[in-house]
Design a protein around this ligand. Structure first.
Ligand SMILES: Cc1ncc(COP(=O)(O)O)c(C=O)c1O
Length: 390
């Protein structure tokens, strides 16, 4: 049978209808579910009967969100979490033991960096950070027994790419599992599991909601991994998503591909404008020919995405702040993936915890800004940037 398109799957796959035959998916805003008898409750707790019992570990609205996201990702299974960071933390803490080793790329979102470099070592987990762009660095570090490999591609904020296929091959040869933070690319533009990764995580707060309303996260992978490792961890520690948030995200998935495609079209126009502007020093966008990893971007991404980072020609923080403060439509916000265009100064916000030398190494300069291109008319976005630059 011909494979259904993304749009059709996002709208039609995984829906559960109640007895009322509603068209729009229902919000089951309930913490628990009733058993027909004490015997039924006993059977459910013994896992001899499957039914929704308690929303910390199962709810029809959450289930619909998980089914849809797994389908679009091409994963066997999905578990939703309260935030993207809850997903990252659950992935690590459910699998790592004292004495284990993890190898991660250096270019990470600030909170991921906090978990990896500050929390994991407290529990006797060895952490190695590598330059993710350098395949030889992965080869060298993965010679030693390693449990998990973690990276973000494209990375926040400089959009550094990591070759998912190559790194997965190296990791698997040495028995390590590969986790990819696919937040910037979205399940529409990059398929880490098809490229060889074992686990994918999302901050659903970003493009999946895409309208700046709720927090959410997701963990995707093999059914056995989700059932045997993630499910008991979430069931017993409780980083669960609320049914209300899952309902918002579920309805947002219906328009995910449409929104992403339009945001990418807008981003491409903004990139063109920025590249020709005399006050811009450098534009980072994976599908731009000038991007240092353009070839890899073309190989593993379906387009360049909706995030652009760029450096202003001036070198000072003050001048960069002045540009941000002069914007009239684009909002200053550390969120991204929204219908509204949002801009941030990573050096003093999302990545402010990094040391000066870490920022320099990762290219997070005082004159770098990260723009998340929204769904407004591209001309209006460009006019606002032009005014700010003037
Ligand atoms: C790349 C990346 N990973 C993870 C997260 C964390 O997601 P959340 O804010 O939903 O916890 C973010 C949030 O900005 C992010 O940008």
């Amino acid at each position: 049978m011909k494979k259904k398109s993304n749009n059709t799957q996002l709208i039609r796959h995984g829906n559960l209808r109640s007895n009322f035959n509603e068209t729009s998916e229902s919000l089951f805003l309930t913490s628990g579910f009733i058993y027909k008898s004490a015997e039924e409750a006993e059977l459910c707790f013994k896992e001899k009967k499957k039914k929704f019992m308690y929303s910390r570990f199962g709810n029809p609205t959450i289930e619909m969100f998980q089914r849809k996201l797994a389908k679009i990702e091409g994963a066997e299974s999905c578990w939703a979490t309260s935030t993207g960071m809850a997903a990252v933390f659950a992935i690590f803490m459910s699998q790592l033991n004292t004495g284990d080793r993890i190898v991660s790329s250096k270019a990470l979102f600030g909170s991921c960096q906090y978990i990896i470099t500050k929390l994991l070592p407290k529990y006797g987990i060895e952490v190695i950070l590598v330059d993710g762009k350098n395949i030889d660095a992965w080869k060298k570090e993965l010679k030693k027994k390693t449990k998990l490999v973690f990276f973000e591609t494209p990375s926040n904020p400089c959009l550094e790419l990591i070759d998912i296929k190559e790194v997965s091959k190296i990791a698997h040869k040495n028995g390590a599992k590969v986790i990819v933070d696919n937040v910037f690319a979205t399940p529409i533009l990059q398929k880490p599991i098809a490229l060889g990764a074992d686990i994918v995580m999302y901050s659903a707060t970003k493009h999946i909601d895409g309208q700046g309303r709720v927090l959410g996260g997701a963990i995707l992978g093999k059914k056995k991994f989700c059932d045997e490792i993630i499910k008991p961890f979430i069931r017993n520690t409780g980083p669960s998503i609320s049914p209300f948030n899952a309902w918002i995200l579920l309805k947002s998935l219906e328009t995910l591909e449409l929104r992403i495609n339009q945001q990418v079209k807008n981003a491409q126009k903004v990139v063109k404008f920025l590249q020709g502007h005399k006050k811009i020093k450098k534009v980072l966008y994976p599908w731009s020919k000038e991007f240092p990893q353009y070839k890899l971007a073309k190989k593993q991404m379906l387009s360049g995405g909706s995030i652009i980072s760029f450096e202003l020609k001036n070198q000072s923080k003050m001048q960069t702040f002045k540009f941000l403060n002069k914007l009239e439509m684009i909002n200053i916000s550390n969120n991204l993936g929204d219908t509204k265009s949002l801009i941030t100064h990573p050096s003093t916000t999302t990545h402010s915890r990094l040391s000066k030398s870490e920022k320099t190494e990762l290219g997070i300069s005082r004159n770098l800004v990260r723009l998340s291109v929204g769904l407004e008319c591209s001309e209006d976005i460009i006019n606002d940037i032009e005014k700010g630059l003037r």
